[in-house]
Design a protein around this ligand. Structure first.
Ligand SMILES: *[C@@H]1O[C@H](CO)[C@@H](O)[C@H](O)[C@H]1NC(C)=O
Ligand SMILES: *[C@@H]1O[C@H](CO)[C@@H](O)[C@H](O)[C@H]1NC(C)=O
Ligand SMILES: *[C@@H]1O[C@H](CO)[C@@H](O)[C@H](O)[C@H]1NC(C)=O
Ligand SMILES: *[C@@H]1O[C@H](CO)[C@@H](O)[C@H](O)[C@H]1NC(C)=O
Ligand SMILES: *[C@@H]1O[C@H](CO)[C@@H](O)[C@H](O)[C@H]1NC(C)=O
Ligand SMILES: *[C@@H]1O[C@H](CO)[C@@H](O)[C@H](O)[C@H]1NC(C)=O
Ligand SMILES: *[C@@H]1O[C@H](CO)[C@@H](O)[C@H](O)[C@H]1NC(C)=O
Ligand SMILES: *[C@@H]1O[C@H](CO)[C@@H](O)[C@H](O)[C@H]1NC(C)=O
Ligand SMILES: *[C@@H]1O[C@H](CO)[C@@H](O)[C@H](O)[C@H]1NC(C)=O
Ligand SMILES: *[C@@H]1O[C@H](CO)[C@@H](O)[C@H](O)[C@H]1NC(C)=O
Ligand SMILES: *[C@@H]1O[C@H](CO)[C@@H](O)[C@H](O)[C@H]1NC(C)=O
Length: 436
């Protein structure tokens, strides 16, 4: 409330005492509601017929003169004017204009009238409805807000359909028992304001039980981590999500710890189990979503397994292969040593005893050389001048690095041996490239 309703000081009482000396008609009180920025007219009683001398006061901590029908007295502010001989007209109301006004009329006798002016402004936006949990999961709190107006609006919560009244208040808050709730039920808040729309304004909430989604089973390796996820949807008000284990009845609520990390993002919850162990962690996990409308839960089976040793498996396979190879070689040597001797000779005949070339296959090498032949010729020609003694480049280097315990002489031989079927140009280049 704005200024005005303060306890009178003795001085004021004396002053009023003087004013009220000719008091006759007490009461005839009226309440007038004006709107911010609008004009308002306050009537001095409802007397019809000839009027006396009218004076208006603002009944603040002490009466303040505003206006008189004696035209030799000027109004306190130009916003104030007298209409119809006795009524006070106020232009462009502001919240500060709220308060009690008094008019004094001198006829045969002196009469006093009081008018309580309230200045209101409607809330600028629409009302907001909300439902939330209260007292754990057992109650539903409905809240309706319609802010920014003055004075406070009134709220009426109604069940829909049916129109059963839940409650009526200035706060807009109502509590409902679980027994009064069912999935999909709607509640409407009808808000009214003194200067708001005639029909009032409203908003609706629809309450819904949660739905829960999760993977039915998960696997964790001993010593590893695993994350179970639980997605809740459709719940209004939003559900509280709990992780439980049904090792016993009633089920045990999983509390966050270094072993169990629980995170929630909106209506999605995750449970991360660190350092899985078969004894402690294998079994059923329950994700439970709870709101006053309903409860839903899903079971997740977690199996804990010994970790697979990939290194070991690979090692075993390689060992087995090597063993097989050794066996086959042994058998070959045993049954046909002559054949092996012949094969050996063939290799030696190629004069490659001391040179081992790391080439994937002969054909590949030849192809490469044919492709590169032209380019090499050019490059070779250029480099002849600049780097006459340089060790051969590119695929030649490839070969040089492949030389095993050879000397330069043997390396040269190695080239020739390898490039028996090379073109003439190719030989040319090789001659030049060959280190001296
Ligand atoms: C106006 O007077 C009435 C009683 O006559 C009182 O209840 C009310 O609070 C007053 N208003 C203000 C703004 O002081
Ligand atoms: C308020 O009154 C003044 C003069 O009395 C008039 O000019 C003006 O239009 C009125 N305003 C409203 C909002 O009625
Ligand atoms: C107005 O006048 C009528 C009859 O003249 C009377 O009954 C009533 O009490 C008066 N006061 C108000 C505030 O209407
Ligand atoms: C004027 O205000 C004073 C307190 O401020 C109150 O006691 C008195 O009743 C009011 N006068 C009228 C006529 O309401
Ligand atoms: C009007 O006000 C003037 C100045 O205060 C005063 O002299 C005069 O007597 C008043 N007239 C009436 C009828 O009260
Ligand atoms: C003034 O009086 C006339 C006649 O009684 C009425 O029609 C009119 O609405 C009144 N004006 C105001 C501003 O109250
Ligand atoms: C006031 O005086 C007029 C005549 O001037 C008379 O008719 C009326 O009854 C008187 N009213 C009261 C309340 O005395
Ligand atoms: C809610 O239920 C309790 C008992 O279960 C009862 O005492 C209470 O009055 C109920 N409240 C409403 C608003 O129905
Ligand atoms: C398990 O989580 C812990 C803590 O975040 C981390 O230090 C560890 O490296 C994780 N272990 C594995 C196997 O990912
Ligand atoms: C745990 O839940 C699973 C799946 O619903 C069920 O098969 C099992 O019997 C429950 N265990 C206990 C101890 O209740
Ligand atoms: C993991 O759990 C085992 C026993 O289950 C424990 O010995 C070990 O210290 C734990 N490791 C970590 C990093 O917590």
């Amino acid at each position: 409330m704005a200024a005005g309703g303060r306890a009178p000081e003795p001085r004021v009482l004396v002053c009023l005492g003087a004013l009220l000396a000719g008091w006759v008609a007490v009461g005839l009180e009226a309440v007038v509601i004006g709107e911010v920025h609008e004009n308002v007219t306050l009537h001095c009683g409802n007397i019809s017929g000839p009027r006396g001398l009218v004076t208006w006061y603002r009944n603040d901590s002490e009466p303040v003169f505003l206006l008189s029908s004696n035209s030799s007295l000027l109004p306190a502010e130009p916003r104030f004017s007298l209409v119809n001989v006795s009524s006070l007209h106020i232009e462009a109301l502001s919240l500060q204009d709220e308060g009690n006004y008094t008019c004094r009329e001198i006829l045969n006798v002196t009469q006093w009238f009081q008018v309580w002016l309230q200045v209101a402004n409607p809330p600028p936006s629409a009302p907001q409805c909300r439902a939330q949990m209260a007292s754990g999961f057992f109650m539903l709190q409905l809240t309706c807000r319609w802010d920014g107006g003055y004075p406070d609006p009134n709220f009426l919560w109604i069940e829909e359909p049916g129109g059963v009244i839940v409650g009526k208040s200035k706060l807009g808050v109502e509590m409902l028992n679980k027994s009064q709730l069912s999935d999909g039920k709607k509640f409407k808040c009808a808000a009214s304001h003194v200067v708001g729309p005639e029909a009032g304004a409203s908003c609706v909430v629809q309450i819904r039980s949660p739905s829960v989604l999760s993977e039915p089973m998960k696997t964790c390796f001993v010593g590893g981590n695993v994350t179970l996820t639980c997605q809740v949807s459709g719940a209004y008000p939003p559900a509280k999500i709990l992780w439980l284990r049904n090792l016993t009845q009633p089920e045990v609520i999983t509390q966050p710890s270094s072993h169990h990390l629980i995170t929630q993002d909106g209506q999605n919850s995750t449970l991360t189990i660190h350092n899985c162990s078969q004894d402690l962690d294998e079994g059923y996990y329950v994700c439970r979503a709870d709101n006053p409308v309903g409860v839903r839960e899903v079971d997740i089976w977690l199996s804990v397994k010994e970790p697979l040793n990939i290194g070991g498996i690979v090692g075993t396979i390689v060992s087995l292969l090597l063993l097989g190879l050794a066996t086959i070689s042994g058998l070959m040597l045993y049954y046909s040593p002559v054949l092996c001797w012949k094969v050996g000779n063939t290799f030696r005949g190629q004069n490659m005893d001391d040179v081992m070339v790391l080439v994937d296959s002969e054909e590949e090498e030849e192809e490469e050389e044919e492709e590169d032949a032209a380019a090499e010729e050019e490059e070779g020609a250029q480099e002849r001048e600049e780097f006459p003694k340089e060790i051969p480049k590119q695929n030649h280097i490839h070969r040089v690095t492949a030389l095993v315990n050879g000397n330069i002489e043997q390396m040269g031989n190695g080239f020739q041996d390898l490039q028996d079927d090379g073109s003439e140009e190719q030989s040319d280049v090789q001659e030049e490239d060959r280190p001296v």
